[in-house]
Ligand binder design. Structure first.
Ligand code: CA
Length: 389
């Protein structure tokens, strides 16, 4: 069996309203899908992390840099292919876009392997530790509006996300430490007695500002404080984890086993959030997961993108052993974006209907059990939203 073609599909549409987090506002939704074809008619799908023009640049890496390296490879030799591509790209980026591009190709090769074996991805990895996964709902994005309007909207949205059936909600911050504490107070009050809340700073604080917000989060009972400081600030992470009672989470901007080794040995995270569509795909994710568990650090995957990324993560979450195990172990959750995303809701020929499942399943989502990722994109939909370039 041979790989015959690798194609990137960058999909895009204008959001009904602009959304923001602590670094920027964005008005377009992007998804970057990778399609790997073989001489035996089996096709695999993957996804690369990276919005907007980053996706377009990654398309160039996938099609013009990686594709020529892998044409003719046996798609079942995915680990051999991974190391060949990584070694050839090592001089040009051991992190960042080359790894994002490789991730989409690697995920597609795992999809092919599952389809060839007739097994869902979780079985290929070693089996399902759970057949359904609790999802948490994130929303509460920043807008160009006053603090008062943010407070009122976040309180409404937090209640709305719980009303959808999610048991945990995640909010953005980034208006400044004092204003952010007010926002967190509003959300804590809105979910009190009904669910948990988590706070995502998208690395906007200095360590001292993060301590200010983190101390408030301890009092308010937040479950985790995500990316409080820049990912390069390992000392900041370690100081925050030592000094605060709230769980410190992060890692979505880290790549491959060597990057993760540094983070984990630094002991700055209570919860690791690897991004499979960026860090190097499923092959590398499994090594990062083993490394995290070797440091007794629980993992809750970072999830961003289309239904392909959601399905990939559902498979990985099913196959993840509990850490550290027990009758009532600490269980992973599926991160689920509740804001407008047609690529998550309408991409598949048979939709996952996550929101319906969350509503009827008391916050839980079933793991797809068809071969590979267990889902297929609708070709017509892909054609309709694909950016010409
Ligand atoms: Ca995040």
């Amino acid at each position: 069996m041979k790989i015959t073609r690798v194609t990137s599909h960058v999909l895009q549409y204008d959001l009904p309203e602009e959304l923001g987090y602590s670094q920027q506002f964005y008005a377009r939704r992007t998804a970057h899908l990778v399609e790997v074809e073989t001489d035996e008619g089996v096709t695999g799908w993957g996804e690369c992390f990276g919005p907007g023009n980053v996706a377009l640049a990654n398309k160039g890496i996938v099609e013009r840099v990686i594709q020529p390296m892998v044409i003719g490879d046996d798609p079942m030799d995915r680990d051999v292919t991974w190391h060949k591509v990584y070694n050839l790209l090592r001089d040009h980026g051991q992190k960042g876009m080359p790894l994002q591009a490789l991730s989409g190709v690697d995920i597609a090769l795992w999809d092919i392997a599952g389809k060839v074996a007739g097994l869902p991805l979780h079985k290929l990895i070693g089996g399902a530790h759970r057949t359904r996964v609790p999802a948490y709902g994130y929303g509460m994005m920043l807008k160009r509006e006053s603090l008062e309007d943010h407070i009122a909207r976040f309180a409404d949205e937090a209640a709305g996300i719980l009303g959808m059936g999610f048991r945990s909600v995640k909010m953005k911050v980034g208006l400044g430490p004092k204003a952010d504490v007010k926002l967190c107070e509003a959300v804590a009050a809105a979910v009190a007695g009904r669910g948990r809340f988590m706070v995502d700073a998208n690395r906007c604080y200095t360590t001292s500002d993060a301590f200010h917000v983190g101390r408030a989060l301890e009092e308010l009972g937040a479950y985790w404080f995500e990316e409080p400081v820049a990912p390069e600030d390992l000392d900041g992470y370690r100081e925050l984890r030592t000094g605060l009672k709230v769980n410190i989470s992060g890692g979505e901007a880290e790549f491959n086993r060597w990057g993760w080794r540094q983070i984990l040995e630094n002991r700055g995270l209570d919860i690791a959030q690897p991004e499979v569509c960026a860090l190097g795909g499923i092959s590398e994710y499994l090594r990062v997961l083993a490394l995290a568990h070797a440091h007794f650090t629980p993992v809750v995957n970072h999830v961003w993108g289309s239904a392909i990324a959601v399905a990939t993560n559902l498979q990985l979450l099913a196959a993840m052993p509990a850490m550290p195990g027990g009758l009532n172990p600490c269980e992973p959750m599926l991160e689920f974006d509740t804001t407008h995303n047609a690529f998550r809701d309408e991409l598949l020929s048979e939709p996952l209907n996550i929101q319906d499942q969350v509503k009827s399943g008391n916050g839980y989502v079933n793991v797809p059990d068809r071969p590979g990722l267990g889902v297929e994109p609708d070709a017509e939909f892909v054609r309709h939203y694909e950016v010409a370039c």
